[in-house]
Design a protein around this ligand. Structure first.
Ligand code: G3P
Length: 214
């Protein structure tokens, strides 16, 4: 399973979380990665942990003040990027443009979507993976893999019917190894999570529990 920890803008120490992820990474077959804020990518990548961006814009080098260029996050050490996160929604044309920008920069992509219908549309854009996250469960601690299993199964079916090379992750409320195991049972190849680690008193312990079933 791929366990991708999004730090959002939570007030955690991104390097301390990254070091905890790196330590737990040595104990498991699961693939672990961290997505810090753009300004923290370089120092998180310096820890050696797999580092992702939270967002890139559908732009190239040029007159784009305030935007995030895929090449810049790649140069800072990111190997992949989220696109269209529920908290950073983009228009369909911009989701497509962001995936193309990420490809151009050699970044892996996970396009986020609210539900199976959007997953189908996202998969048609040819990302490496899609992540289904019901917005109403984000940050609640109620795991999508238990509260809304049909959404995960529907996302797996929707992506598979469009392009079976596109992996499916699920997210929202995932915080335990049991939640990760439930996601795998439903056909997900990974999970996208945030508060279960970023807001934990002991991120290393939270991560150890997350990989316990791997
Ligand atoms: O990007 C992951 C996210 O939206 C889920 O957040 O806090 O429910 O794990 P959380």
């Amino acid at each position: 399973m791929f366990i991708l920890v999004n730090l959002k803008t939570y007030p955690c120490d991104p390097v301390a979380v990254a070091e905890a992820v790196a330590d737990v990474d040595e104990t498991t077959d699961a693939r672990l990665a961290v997505a810090p804020q753009a300004a923290d990518i370089a120092r998180v990548a310096d820890t050696g942990v797999e580092t992702w961006a939270q967002h890139v814009d559908p732009i190239d080098h040029g007159s784009n003040t305030g935007h995030t260029l895929a090449e810049t996050v790649a140069d800072a050490g990111a190997v992949g990027t989220l696109v269209n996160h529920s908290e950073c929604r983009q228009k369909l044309a911009d989701v497509d443009g962001a995936v193309r920008a990420a490809e151009r920069a050699g970044l892996e992509t996970v396009v986020c979507a609210n539900n199976p219908s959007q997953v189908g549309a996202a998969a048609a854009l040819g990302p490496d993976a899609v992540a289904v996250e019901p917005p109403e469960l984000i940050g609640t601690g109620t795991p999508v893999s238990k509260a809304d299993p049909e959404v995960v199964e529907g996302a797996v079916a929707a992506a598979g019917s469009v392009d079976d090379a596109v992996s499916v992750l699920c997210g929202a409320g995932i915080s335990t190894g049991e939640d990760v195991a439930a996601a795998a049972e439903l056909g997900a190849e990974g999970v996208l999570l945030a508060s279960g680690v970023a807001k934990a008193d002991d991120p290393a312990a939270a991560l150890s529990d997350l990989v316990a079933s791997q």
